[in-house]
Design a binder for this molecule. Structure first.
Ligand SMILES: *[C@@H]1O[C@H](CO)[C@@H](O)[C@H](O)[C@H]1NC(C)=O
Ligand SMILES: *[C@@H]1O[C@H](CO)[C@@H](O)[C@H](O)[C@H]1NC(C)=O
Ligand SMILES: *[C@@H]1O[C@H](CO)[C@@H](O)[C@H](O)[C@H]1NC(C)=O
Length: 320
């Protein structure tokens, strides 16, 4: 509610500023409005010398949108109003006072464009206003995150519902009183995805930072997701606290205990039988298989080489 009221106050201030900035018919005025708010596009025509009949007055509001498509928003003709854009209106009482300003309720991204009013009294009067629509992003970042010692952790910063598309995301590491740009060391990587175009015309984007536990000095660090957008007068900051946690200890359940006991007893029985056979095998040398390895071995990448040793009778076995 508070937020909505702030928005309305802001829009009113904008309107006042724009009204003062000159309303002559040959200049295009600029107006900015946040999505979901109401806006009034001004159109003050010359005072009527006498009270004209409604039938003598025609008001036409047109818009050329961002795709250069022209459409009729609202018309007043022969004493009747035709509303093409739902939630648009010209106040009749104001109209009698030479004010054909258009009110647009619940503005959406699609309302952006160049608006013009055309009044025929029958003297023709026109006025244009360029309406810019803005949508402030919602930024979602977890407050806390944990990385397992020796592993990596990816933290996502979700930025949704903004307009226009231009937006910058920066990850910063808070180190004491200093902030350092993240993603520059091999221990932290930043990946910002392409913006998604939402059905309501706004955009959403996701940015992730992957940190290795060894980059976290002193067991804890603060990471900041900083967003820059036209709707912010200064960068918007949110931060997450990243802590290092010990690797999880294996937990033995009753089932594994029973399984372990069974396996152990089975091994003891096999050992007794195997003992006799081993005595025989002790005398013969072990057989070593071919070394198996992946078909491609990359430089500086750890690769597993395997070989199987069979029939090792000797107590000591040296593998080189
Ligand atoms: C404003 O418009 C949006 C999208 O068209 C709609 O979801 C919302 O309910 C509208 N709000 C009001 C107050 O009319
Ligand atoms: C934080 O700053 C200290 C010195 O001020 C430096 O030694 C350390 O590497 C920095 N840590 C990170 C993660 O940049
Ligand atoms: C966010 O941090 C930057 C510096 O990193 C600062 O310039 C800006 O004012 C901060 N924004 C807010 C809203 O505090």
């Amino acid at each position: 509610m508070q937020h909505l009221q702030n928005m309305k106050v802001m829009i009113k201030v904008m309107l006042i500023v724009c009204h003062c900035g000159g309303s002559s018919s040959d200049t295009t005025r600029q107006l900015s409005v946040l999505v979901g708010a109401d806006v009034t596009l001004g159109c003050l025509f010359d005072k009527l010398s006498r009270l004209v009949e409604w039938s003598a007055l025609t008001v036409e509001w047109n818009v050329v949108d961002t795709h250069a498509e022209k459409s009729v928003v609202y018309t007043f003709e022969d004493g009747r109003a035709h509303v093409n854009r739902e939630g648009s209106e010209v106040d009749r009482m104001q109209l009698l006072q030479s004010d054909a300003s258009l009110q647009l309720h619940n503005v959406t991204v699609g309302d952006e464009g160049l608006y013009s009013c055309r009044i025929i009294t029958p003297v023709v009067y026109t006025e244009t206003t360029s309406l810019e629509v803005l949508a402030r992003p919602s930024v979602l970042l977890p407050e806390k995150a944990a990385v397992t010692e020796g592993e990596e952790k990816t933290i996502q910063c979700d930025i949704t519902g903004f307009y226009p598309e231009k937006l910058a995301v920066t990850w910063l590491i808070l180190n004491g009183s200093r902030t350092v740009l993240a993603g520059l060391s091999p221990l932290s990587r930043v990946c910002t995805e392409m913006a998604i175009h939402n059905a309501d015309g706004t955009f959403s984007i996701r940015s992730g930072i992957t940190m290795h536990s060894s980059a976290v000095k002193g067991g804890e660090m603060s990471l900041m997701c900083q967003v820059e957008h036209k709707t912010y007068s200064r960068p918007y900051n949110t931060s997450v606290t990243l802590t290092v946690q010990a690797p999880p200890q294996p937990v033995y359940s009753d089932v594994t205990l029973i399984a372990l006991t069974s396996v152990t007893s089975l091994l003891l029985v096999s050992a007794a039988i195997g003992g006799a056979l081993l005595l025989y095998a002790y005398l013969s040398p072990p057989s070593v298989s071919e070394i198996s390895k992946p078909s491609i071995v990359y430089a500086q990448v750890q690769t597993d080489l395997r070989c199987t040793i069979r029939g090792a009778g000797q107590r000591e076995l040296r593998v080189r």
